[in-house]
Design a protein around this ligand. Structure first.
Ligand SMILES: [Zn+2]
Length: 296
């Protein structure tokens, strides 16, 4: 039987299922343990992202979501040793401008921080802003480097991106962003940014949200593949993975309803490329990155 492993740098499932008092084993959302069980080995990152209504007390509310995540993972973890789950925080506003809170999140298990969402925060400018890293942002990146936390520049402004590139002493990633060359969008990466991530041996997690794939009313897997083809031509196959954005977006390519359907993408890529490249994109590159950086 063919072995298919799956790795993904970004989903918003925790935020989505929290309010429904659902669970991580089997739920109405796009990612759960049961759906992931069709794959042989799994690496799944779960992001904590705060909706507007939680932003009055971002630190406390992020802790509340982490507690929920922990409870859920603890119940099911021992039954699924082939699955590795990681906690990420999306949006540095959760730190409330206090470096000690970064340390607390780290102790609670967060291995990745997406510095900004689309807007400007205490750390830096997001995609809708022109400002770069601020004083607190530099401190956060420096401390993340020391703690060995992954610095994520998805959602960041161009200026923030290049400040991180110059300042970070460890590889950084764009956890859920596509290629501007294929689809002009403020959330996507231009070729210079893609080359800079490659230079640092970081990762680019491809996003399934259709406005980041193509400006058209109907998007299919071949449209998604154009981003893969572009990346393969530009930087080769070592630094590409998934940042699917399941449960964080409202429109996905035709045929993709949830994480189970990534198997269809696997089958397509295996025909278009070879198994080696497909396996790297689906799992190998992410696993290697985590091992190389002492996270796994
Ligand atoms: Zn996001």
């Amino acid at each position: 039987m063919i072995v298919i492993n799956f790795g993904d740098l970004h989903c918003d499932t925790i935020t989505k299922i929290f309010e429904s008092e659902s669970n991580i084993y089997e739920n109405f959302a796009q990612v759960d343990i049961k759906k992931l069980s069709i794959y042989d080995e799994v690496i799944q990152f779960f992001a904590i992202w705060l909706k507007q209504k939680y932003l009055d007390h971002p630190f406390e509310n992020t802790k509340m979501f982490i507690k929920y995540y922990d409870e859920q993972i603890k119940i099911y973890k021992e039954y699924f040793p082939q699955m590795k789950f990681f906690l990420a925080i999306e949006g540095g506003e959760a730190l409330e401008n206090n470096l000690a809170n970064l340390e607390k999140f780290y102790q609670m298990g967060a291995v990745l921080l997406t510095l900004t969402w689309n807007n400007e925060n205490d750390l830096a400018g997001g995609a809708n802003s022109s400002c770069g890293l601020k004083k607190f942002g530099f401190e956060v990146v420096e401390h993340m480097n020391q703690l060995n936390m992954i610095v994520d520049v998805s959602h960041a402004s161009k200026k923030t991106f290049w400040d991180v590139y110059k300042f970070s002493s460890k590889p950084f990633i764009a956890s859920h962003s596509n290629c501007q060359k294929i689809c002009e969008h403020v959330r996507n990466l231009d070729d210079d940014q893609i080359l800079a991530i490659k230079e640092g041996n970081g990762l680019i997690g491809l996003n399934l949200y259709t406005p980041f794939i193509k400006k058209a009313s109907s998007i299919n897997l071949h449209d998604l593949n154009e981003h893969v083809e572009h990346l393969l031509n530009l930087i080769g196959s070592d630094n590409i993975c998934w940042g699917c954005d399941f449960d964080g977006a409202d429109d996905y390519p035709l045929g993709i309803k949830n994480v189970v359907d990534m198997k269809k993408v696997y089958n397509l890529f295996e025909k278009l490329y070879d198994k080696d490249i497909t396996d790297k994109i689906f799992y190998g590159n992410l696993k290697k990155f985590l091992c190389r950086n002492q996270i796994l």
